[in-house]
Design a protein. Structure first.
Length: 525
């Protein structure tokens, strides 16, 4: 069987081609991009192929046609005359350092100035960038190509450090402000990032920036369709199937469930996350690789602060304008969750001109819930903690609702005062149950109302109702009066009704609960 070489973590087009790694051909987009305009912006989630796309464009503009042999671009009528290329990649730097942005810009500018010269009178990054563009043009006689990767990382990394955020914003605004005024020296500009922020004014002077982020023609420019996956990686999928002792089709379905599902326009294809696919095929194991590479916790903190019930995240709607230009500090975090890859387009409602958003796949949904639970309860991820997922999972699977509630009640005592409310308790219970691998249903609609949470395991059913500063009896009465358990009347599994109330009174502060086993009609307290 053919042994594939997987370019895990590789973002350099020439290295992938010259060393025989698998390359999914996206070079057919080069000609349309050149026709699109002089200044182009595109947002895509992190680790989704943006850096490799820019590296591919860099190789083209440098006239390295030998690298494109057999690829789509080699068959196109393109101008392969080399142009000077200025490439700035903001991926690797630690921008939490006070001068991280200035140091990175200085490093890139010095590298390019060694080739095209430096005006000793220029000192600021903006002045040096302006002089560099003009110098490269005059030295080569060719207009300059400028490629900027992950422009927004110096902002996203320090979103909660207002002083440094404002400083980096001013530097970037001044730096990028050169592009419009120097357009006579510029052939092509391509800027990528996770999001295009509408209130940080970085691009306010660049009003001719063409945003292709949700344009149908470029929907599949990053990420892989299932056809591309199967065509390029069939031997790897087969090897993974053999390791899992499953069929090829079963394994493809598993890969689809975990890593597929991204959609950037209503007319585009469902796309796989390249980073996760490469890791899964190389390691021959399906795991949440994208989330293991790091997540911005400020989104989870914002969801918690706004008291958004986690299952309500699926199905949120946004207009096209909200998805294109988001505000980093907007109250509504949903558009930014789309831009950063935590949500994707589920459908389009033509009558209201709104997109319905959803989690793209199991990897993202589970990973985000883990991140969100850590914002509420950090101890749950520690396998040696008495509050680990594994112990909660044992309680649910083995029919020990009393142990589950005792564990939960102890955890809730450590919550800050402002977190004590019914929505927090529901959110925590929902997240724990989902992450324990159970079938967890939030706010199931019955003919008399909506239950808070229903948890179904192979052998047991649990129906939860939460109250705050009320009473356990009121919670149990609501379960009975609205017949939440009625739909399980013919189910052979034991059904537990769990009414809970968090009491803030000093002498009774804590979680009170009552459990009713419908099969035994016995009460425990």
């Amino acid at each position: 069987m053919t042994q594939l070489r997987y370019p895990v973590g590789m973002q350099t087009f020439s290295k992938i081609i010259e060393n025989g790694y698998v390359y999914v051909d996206k070079t057919s987009y080069i000609k349309p991009l050149l026709s699109q305009g002089q200044f182009i912006f595109m947002s895509r989630p992190r680790r989704f192929g943006k850096s490799l796309l820019l590296s591919t464009l860099e190789a083209y503009f440098e006239g390295r046609r030998d690298l494109f042999k057999g690829l789509a671009a080699d068959k196109m009528d393109l101008d392969w005359t080399p142009s000077p290329v200025l490439h700035f990649d903001f991926n690797a730097e630690n921008f939490s350092l006070e001068n991280g942005l200035e140091l990175l810009l200085d490093s890139y500018l010095r590298t390019h100035e060694k080739i095209y010269g430096k005006n000793s009178e220029d000192s600021s990054p903006s002045q040096r960038f302006r002089a560099l563009i003009e110098s490269a043009y005059r030295q080569t006689g060719r207009q300059v190509v400028i490629l900027i990767d992950e422009y927004d990382k110096p902002l996203l990394d320090i979103e909660e450090n207002k002083e440094l955020f404002d400083k980096n914003q001013r530097i970037l605004k001044s730096f990028f402000g050169n592009l419009k005024s120097m357009d006579k020296y510029i052939r092509f500009v391509f800027i990528t990032g996770v999001a295009r922020f509408n209130k940080v004014s970085i691009f306010s002077d660049l009003n001719n920036l063409d945003d292709i982020s949700i344009v149908d023609e470029y929907a599949d420019i990053c990420g892989w369709t299932e056809d591309e996956l199967v065509c390029n990686f069939r031997p790897g999928i087969q090897t993974l199937a053999e390791k899992r002792k499953k069929t090829f089709d079963d394994t493809l379905r598993a890969l689809r469930e975990y890593y597929d599902g991204y959609l950037f326009t209503e007319e585009g294809s469902r796309l796989y996350n390249p980073f996760s696919i490469l890791q899964a095929l190389k390691n021959r194991r399906i795991d949440p690789y994208w989330f293991a590479s790091g997540t911005p916790t400020f989104l989870a903190r914002r969801i918690k602060k706004l008291r958004i019930f986690p299952p309500a995240i699926n199905g949120q709607t946004c207009t096209r304008m909200e998805l294109i230009a988001v505000g980093l500090n907007d109250r509504n975090p949903i558009p930014l969750m789309f831009q950063t890859g935590y949500l994707t387009i589920g459908s389009f409602i033509e009558e209201t001109n709104r997109y319905v958003l959803r989690f793209p796949n199991r990897e993202v949904e589970t990973g985000f819930y883990v991140e969100l639970l850590q914002v509420f309860l950090p101890d749950t991820s520690d396998p040696f903690s008495p509050f680990s997922f594994a112990l909660f999972q044992d309680d649910l699977i083995k029919g020990r609702p009393g142990d589950f509630m005792n564990r939960l009640g102890t955890l809730l005592k450590d919550l800050p005062g402002e977190d004590h409310n019914e929505s927090t308790y529901r959110a925590i219970t929902y997240l724990i149950s989902v992450l324990c691998g159970t079938q967890t249903i939030a706010e199931h609609h019955s003919y008399k109302g909506r239950s808070d949470i229903e948890v179904l395991t192979g052998n047991f059913i649990y129906i939860f109702e939460f109250k705050y500063n009320k009473s356990v009896e009121e919670a149990i009465d609501q379960i009975h009066s609205r017949d939440y358990a009625g739909r399980f009347a013919l189910d052979s599994r034991p059904v537990y009704l769990i009414g809970a109330n968090y009491n803030e009174k000093k002498d009774k502060r804590g979680l009170e609960y009552q459990i009713i086993d419908l099969h035994k009609q016995s009460n425990t307290n």
